[in-house]
Each structure stands twice: as C-alpha cells, then as structure tokens.
Design a protein. Structure first.
Length: 240
C-alpha cells in the first residue's frame, strides 16, 4: 500500500496475501455466523404456514355458451377481481365472521396475497399464518366473502371454486437452508472487510523496503534486535 499526495495505492498482491493469512479467521467467522443463522431460523423465529384457495371466474350470460370473447374479457378483469378480494369490505367481513377480534384490517391485508396468473381466469388467494389451521380457515373465508362481493359488484352469474384451501403440513418460512447460507456469507464478508480496513489504515513502517516505498529514502544500515527483543517480536507475531 502506497500513500502519495493523499492518494492511496493498494498493492493487490499484498492485500491478497493478507486475506490469505487471515483465511482461518474468515472461515471460522463464516461457520460461526452460519451456525447462528441455523439456530435462529430453526429454534427462535416462529415458522409461518401458507394455505391457498383458487377461484375460477367466467363472465357470461346465463344459458349461453362460452365464447372466445367471454374468455378474453374474463382474463382482462382478473386484476379487478384481485383488487376486490383485497378490499377493506371483504377483509373486515372476514374478521367479523371468524371473530378475529385481535386482528385489524391492515394486519389481515399484510398476510394476504392474491395472484392472477397471466392468460388464465384463475385467481389464487394465499394466506400466511403461524397456525396452519387458521391459515386454511382465513383463506376459505376470504374466498367465500369475496365471491359474494365480486358477484354483487361486477354483476356476474357465479364464481366457481377451482381449489379449496387445505391445512399446510410444511412451513413456508423461514428457510433454514437460506438463512444458514446467507448468515455464513455475511459473516465471512464482514470479517474480510475489517481485515482489509485494518490493512488500509495501517501506516506503520515494518521493513527497510517500507522506508524506501513510503519515504523515498535509502537505508544506510540496519540495527539488529537483541535476543530479548527478537523473542518479544516472535511472540507478538504468533499472537496475531
């Protein structure tokens, strides 16, 4: 590393050797953080479950066959249906029907996801909750209430159930694998950052080569260390 006129020139080879010399510390930190992420995701963070129900919507008049125009119109309107499903009226009605007295409208909206796959007339309603049974109940109730609301607002015949919500058996989050890998990576990067930072901030003269590099002066002679000083230096080097 060279400093001239407040400009820092970094010797990449020297920096790489510094990182290589601290490889054990960096790897150890990565493993420690990875184990911490594994422990937190598995034993500390409460798991959440997702339950999904699907509805099939087709805009057509009673006793008429389904035409290509009906399919196109229904596909275009799926975004409108999604907004109606997430409306305040629907969610507050669900809270009343399920007697969710401790839950507010915004809280229920935060655990609700409505997906409308392109080129389909299917609308998927997904609810996330720490209780898998409650996730299923809320999803099915939202489907029932929103079906009634959409029928009244959009003036369509009926909404068919494509798939009812079930009790999820596997948690949706947190992902133990993802937390473990991400935590390990972050830990290794943080330690490597501090190693590099220490290298950049270290402006001490360690050898006659540093004198020539930083000061532009040639050394005339070297004063050897005494035996005691050499032992102390070796001990410090081992501690590092």
């Amino acid at each position: 590393m060279d400093r001239k006129d407040d400009i820092i020139e970094i010797n990449l080879g020297e920096l790489f050797s510094i990182l290589l010399g601290r490889a054990f510390l960096i790897i150890s930190a990565g493993l420690f953080f990875a184990l911490s992420g594994l422990f937190v995701s598995k034993f500390v963070v409460h798991p959440t479950y997702e339950s999904t129900t699907k509805i099939y919507i087709l805009n057509k008049e009673e006793n008429q066959t389904v035409t290509y125009s009906d399919v196109q119109i229904s596909t275009q309107l799926t975004q409108d249906y999604a907004e109606l499903i997430k409306s305040r009226y629907v969610l507050e009605e669900v809270i009343q029907r399920l007697n969710l007295i401790d839950m507010e409208y915004k809280q229920l909206a935060s655990v609700l996801r409505v997906d409308t796959p392109s080129d389909t007339r299917i609308v998927a309603i997904t609810v996330k909750d720490e209780d898998p049974l409650m996730a299923m109940k809320i999803a099915n109730c939202i489907r029932e209430v929103s079906s009634e609301h959409i029928t009244n607002v959009m003036d369509i015949d009926a909404i068919n159930i494509a798939e009812t919500a079930n009790v999820p058996t596997e948690k949706a989050s947190p992902s133990v694998t993802r937390w473990t890998i991400l935590s390990g990576f972050v830990g290794a990067v943080v330690v490597a950052f501090f190693v590099v930072l220490g290298y950049l901030l270290d402006d001490t003269i360690k050898s006659n080569d540093d004198v020539e590099r930083y000061l532009g002066l040639s050394t005339l002679a070297l004063v050897p260390l005494s035996v005691d000083e050499q032992d102390k230096k070796n001990k410090k080097a081992k501690k590092k």
